[in-house]
Design a binder for this molecule. Structure first.
Ligand code: ADP
Length: 597
């Protein structure tokens, strides 16, 4: 079975190997056994139904939630020489009739349909007549109430089994929770489905959690590390988006804002500019989410802690979908958890916030911690791709002593003051509030005078996160001692606090040759840029996103090996027959001046 599949994949997509579980998933699609395929973002779910469709005699129907993405998906397939088409409300009735005729005449292998269209009786009869025997449900978690993207129109898909009793149904999702998976199987009435659950780790992502000190400066630091690359900056509130995007614009960074408070027009144009690579950085609330299919996002930066690990996974999942290295930076303050707690009432949500809070101040490998959360084991000792394993954070020396000083200051202040005042007292500040209350006479006054204000704040919040201190949720929150603070004061427990290591700044990107397919050292940067702007021009002329022409990895491989013949080009990742004949000549022209030198 692998032979013909690999042959089809090489001819149309220009790939030479299969990714984990793809073979099993494709075998299920070919043999008509129902399946649920769970792979992380970028794991290659689409190929699992696209490649088998080409080896089958009948029609494969793909159900996909976003009409706006359907066009891109179809364009990408057509560019690879695959007979694909779409049917949804964005088309004229003339176009729809033409597509129907093509489907009935067997000229289409893959037909993308929106769920609401699929359920129309006329569509059902047409698909029966066109011998639709395979249904691929993309983003299948949209069918579940328990998921993060429930779509009522997906619920109607429950009728599919009865409408097409002889067909096989294949569900694809990146969702990690058991409940949602079970719900998908039940809702779609999958029959003895093959369950394939992949490894959730994203080895090409480097995770960093940094204490938020001077957010703007830290954001600029990340932007400068990624000059000219694509990234998404997530903020908690709309007002933060507005402030940050204008601060960046006034410093000459072209960053577009995106949040639900902007007009539809402004949002659409930001999204389009990002997809077409006319804009590289978007500052957004979580409203900027589904529908971003730009695969070369090189960084995702959170300016505050997200709501849960599921949200974090979802949002960082948008980085590095092309499998090349990407960075996820989270700027964290202990106060973030308090903000979230004040906004959520449900016990379950509070538990989730506590989990991500623990992740943020945690001291274990980030890849390991994330996998563990989703119930999987991380197999190696070090990931070499997170702040912890890269040695970018370190233990604060004498953390127990520091913790004792902070806790006793809270105690001396009769557990009645907020963090700002506690820090001022510990630092030995001179101000009105301290003088009038005689707090400069406390034994804890100035105990941490050698440390910076934001350091003490960080440590205090870490103690809150670890439960040794409690911050009340009143209008003016005050610090109180937590249940086990006594043990700390008596020296019965050892405290661990973390801080960024002074000597170790995040590197400029590391490229892992295995993932990149070509080591950065060998990539000709000028050629890569020339190829990128060529790609942008071609994409614009064809009204498709640049990645439909070629992904970054293809351009990188070209820029590394400088092929000078069509045969050499055909061996490059992502260049199949169709793209070779469409763009081979133009590529060689671009490469020419660089190959000669
Ligand atoms: P997912 O839907 O799981 O997020 P995609 O299907 O979009 O992921 O695949 C991510 C990228 O990886 C796409 O560019 C896809 O063409 C590519 N890809 C998929 N399978 C392979 C493979 N076997 N070899 C190389 N690249 C692949």
């Amino acid at each position: 079975m692998t032979g013909p599949l690999l042959e089809v994949i090489s001819r149309h997509w220009g790939y030479s190997t299969l990714r984990p579980l793809q073979q099993e998933a494709m075998a299920a699609a070919l043999s008509g056994r129902d399946s649920l395929v769970v792979l992380p973002t970028g794991g290659g779910k689409s190929l699992c139904y696209q490649a088998p469709a080409l080896l089958k005699n009948d029609l494969t129907v793909v159900v996909s939630p976003l009409i706006s993405l359907m066009k891109d998906q179809v364009d990408a397939l057509v560019a690879c020489g695959v007979a694909a088409a779409q049917m949804n409300s964005s088309q004229s009735s003339l176009e729809q009739r033409a597509t129907e005729k093509d489907a009935l005449d067997g000229r289409i292998k893959l037909l993308f349909i929106s769920p609401e269209r699929l359920m129309m009786p006329s569509c059902v009869s047409m698909l029966r007549a066109a011998c639709a025997t395979t249904f691929a449900i993309d983003e299948a978690h949209c069918i579940s109430h328990w998921g993060h993207d429930f779509r009522p129109e997906y619920r109607q898909l429950s009728a599919l089994r009865d409408l097409f009793p002889g067909a096989s149904i294949h569900a694809y999702t990146a969702t990690a929770t058991e409940t949602v998976r079970r719900d998908i199987v039940a809702q779609l009435a999958l029959r003895d489905p093959l369950m394939l659950v992949g490894d959730f780790d994203r080895p090409n992502l480097t995770y960093r959690v940094l204490p938020r000190r001077e957010a703007l400066k830290q954001v600029i630091g990340v932007l400068d590390r990624h000059g000219g690359e694509a990234g998404i900056i997530y903020c908690l509130r709309r007002s933060d988006v507005d402030t940050l995007s204008s601060a960046l614009q006034s410093r000459g960074y072209s960053a577009l804002p995106y949040h639900a408070g902007l007009s539809n027009e402004a949002r659409r144009s930001a999204q389009e500019a990002f997809a077409a690579e006319r804009c590289d950085v978007v500052v957004a609330t979580v409203a900027f989410g589904m529908g971003i299919d730009r695969p070369n996002v090189r960084f995702v930066l959170h300016t505050a802690m997200p709501k849960s690990i599921e949200h974090y996974q979802q949002e960082t999942g948008r980085a590095g979908r092309d499998g090349l290295e990407a960075e996820c930076v989270l700027l964290y303050s202990g106060s973030d958890a308090i903000v979230w707690k004040s906004m959520t009432e449900r016990e379950e949500e509070r538990r989730q916030t506590a989990e991500i809070d623990r992740y943020c101040w945690g001291t274990t490998c980030r890849h390991r911690a994330l996998l563990h959360y989703f119930g999987q084991q991380y197999s190696s000792d070090t990931c070499a791709a997170c702040d912890v394993c890269l040695g970018e954070t370190e233990d604060v020396p004498e953390a127990t002593l520091i913790a004792q000083k902070i806790l006793s200051c809270v105690y001396r202040l009769r557990q009645s003051f907020g963090i700002g005042h506690v820090v001022s007292v510990l630092r030995g500040d001179q101000n009105e509030r301290i003088r009038t209350r005689n707090h400069d006479r406390l034994s804890t006054y100035g105990l941490l005078k050698d440390h910076a204000r934001n350091e003490i704040r960080d440590w205090t919040y870490q103690l809150v996160a670890q439960g040794f201190l409690i911050q009340t949720q009143d209008e003016y929150p005050v610090l109180r001692l937590g249940p086990s603070s006594r043990e700390v004061l008596r020296g019965e427990v050892t405290i661990q606090l973390r801080q960024p290591a002074v000597a170790k700044k995040p590197d400029r990107r590391r490229v892992r040759a295995a993932i990149a397919g070509a080591g950065e050292g060998t990539v000709n940067g000028q050629l890569f840029e020339a190829l990128r702007s060529w790609r942008r021009r071609v994409a614009e002329a064809r009204h498709v996103p640049p990645y439909v022409i070629f992904g970054d990895r293809t351009l990188r491989e070209i820029a590394a090996s400088c092929p000078t013949t069509l045969v050499e080009l055909r061996n490059i990742y992502g260049i199949g027959d169709a793209k070779l004949s469409a763009y081979g000549g133009a590529l060689l022209e671009q490469i020419g001046p660089f190959a000669a030198s």
